[in-house]
Design a protein around this ligand. Structure first.
Ligand code: SF4
Length: 473
């Protein structure tokens, strides 16, 4: 989301004749785009802000500002601690940046706007795309789920969706400019719903909308809030986006398991260009903890969903998020999380020790009572279990042909490039081989080696999504 927000803010500034520069020494103002989800990330931003403040005081930098969630969350505290900051703008205030800069220039004081909006989606802003091959398209903003540990609903506001028409227009525009991959974005991306759509174009869509009205959530899942009926859901958006060009890969992030109803799963299964890698954040394997996290599902409902995903999309790779040491989590709760990792088998796992955030339900009603040392022990164990399993799963990929999109030069060696497969795993390939290819190409590769988190491959040929799947039939 931060990358996409940066692209939106940059586009707004460019529309007002500001120039985006690549070198900090050439900049008249430096903005930090921030996320407030984890304490660790926030501490890093504070350190960076103090550096910028020092640079300004020493005459090495003219101005600096703070954008995004952290601006929203800390508002007054930022200006109190850093009175020389020039601009502070929350995630719904990027349109006001030119005005804030003008106010700051006129009065020489910090200019702030952190108001949250009920309807801002930046639907009419074409983000300034930084990658030629992959483009983020924001489809929803905010979140209504109110998981008890999460600050997002407070920093990003209520959930709202852009219209299907405006999204299709932006995706078409990106495809025309040559991108090979579209990543649909939202804090809860698959709870997308366009309420402006009443008359759907064909009978299939009409029937699906009726089904969705009766059962918009995956079986066994609940929400704390009542969703408004009507409109067109994520399944319909996904089908239309995937239908624009069968040779452009579609991904989406970040989803909530509750919104993977059968209709969404069928659309993913039916389109070869929708990547067969789903992020299915479980957070914990214990019913007791899941209830305290207010996630809206039980362990069993989650495992049933995994079964349905494997039924519709047998080759689907799964990834997940885990929080260890949440309020009152016992050793037995932790064992159940270990067990769910072993039971499901994830190619990618993001594992964090719990850090309490103010404003959240947990902050007001629960005790952050698992000692830090136990949190770290559990984090290490979850990582070990995940890596053991992912190593075994990766071993089984040896010899398999996979489709990757080549994304860039490997950080470890300029002699290697990397791409991503359908499951979003990083795949390393040699820069020079018998096959002619470059960054931005789809490649048919054979997996030849692995680590717990990365695959190594031998390029077979340049290809396209349709060609790859036709030749596999
Ligand atoms: S779904 Fe839960 S964890 Fe995800 S952004 Fe919304 S409140 Fe936060």
């Amino acid at each position: 989301m931060n990358v996409n927000d940066t692209e939106i803010a940059s586009s707004i500034l460019e529309q007002h004749d500001y120039e985006i520069v690549n070198d900090i020494d050439d900049a008249n103002i430096v903005f930090l785009m921030t996320c407030a989800i984890r304490e660790n990330a926030e501490n890093k931003v504070w350190a960076k802000l103090y550096d910028l403040d020092k640079a300004k005081r020493m005459g090495q930098l003219r101005k600096y500002g703070l954008l995004g969630c952290m601006a929203e969350r800390l508002k007054a505290k930022i200006v109190e601690q850093l009175p020389s900051i020039d601009v502070v703008a929350g995630p719904d205030s990027y349109r006001h940046l030119p005005k804030l800069l003008a106010i700051n220039s006129l009065h020489g004081q910090s200019a702030i706007n952190v108001l949250l909006s009920l309807d801002e989606t930046y639907a009419d802003i074409i983000p300034r795309n930084q990658s030629k091959h992959s483009a983020f398209v924001s489809i929803t903003r905010g979140c209504n789920n109110m998981c008890s540990y999460c600050i997002v609903p407070f920093t990003r506001g209520r959930e709202r969706s852009r219209s299907i028409d405006s999204i299709l227009k932006e995706v078409e525009n990106k495809i025309d400019s040559g991108v090979k991959e579209i990543i649909l974005l939202g804090q809860n991306v698959n709870s997308y719903r366009d309420y402006s759509v009443h008359n759907l174009s064909n009978d299939e869509d009409k029937n699906q909308t009726l089904n969705e009205l009766q059962s918009p959530l995956a079986d066994g899942f609940q929400t704390l809030y009542r969703s408004k009926p009507g409109g067109a859901g994520f399944d319909q958006l996904l089908r239309q986006v995937a239908g624009l060009d069968p040779n452009v890969r579609i991904r989406f992030t970040s989803p909530h398991p509750k919104d993977f109803n059968d209709s969404v799963l069928r659309v993913i299964a039916d389109h070869p260009n929708i990547a067969k890698g789903l992020h299915l954040p479980v957070q914990s394997g214990s019913n007791f903890v899941l209830e305290r996290m207010r996630r809206g599902y039980t362990r069993d409902a989650y495992l049933q969903l995994v079964k349905r995903i494997r039924h519709y999309i047998p080759n689907c790779g799964l990834s997940s998020d885990f929080i260890c040491g949440f309020c009152d989590e016992t050793d037995d709760d932790h064992r159940q999380t270990v067990d769910i990792i072993q039971n499901v088998g994830y190619y990618i796992a993001y594992i964090f020790a719990y850090s309490m955030r103010d404003k959240t339900y947990a902050y007001h009603h629960l005790n952050d009572n698992v000692p830090q040392s136990i949190k770290i022990q559990r984090l290490i164990e979850l990582n070990q279990v995940y890596r053991q399993l992912s190593t075994e799963m990766n071993r089984q990929l040896i010899g398999q042909r996979q489709l990757i999109l080549v994304e860039g030069v490997s950080k470890k060696s300029p002699q290697q490039l990397y791409g991503r497969n359908e499951a979003n795993q990083k795949v390393i390939i040699p820069k020079l081989s018998n096959v002619n290819y470059m960054i931005g190409d789809f490649l048919d590769v054979e997996i030849i080696d692995f680590t717990p988190v990365t695959l190594m491959a031998r390029p077979i040929r340049r290809t396209s999504i349709t060609e790859f799947y036709t030749s596999k039939q």
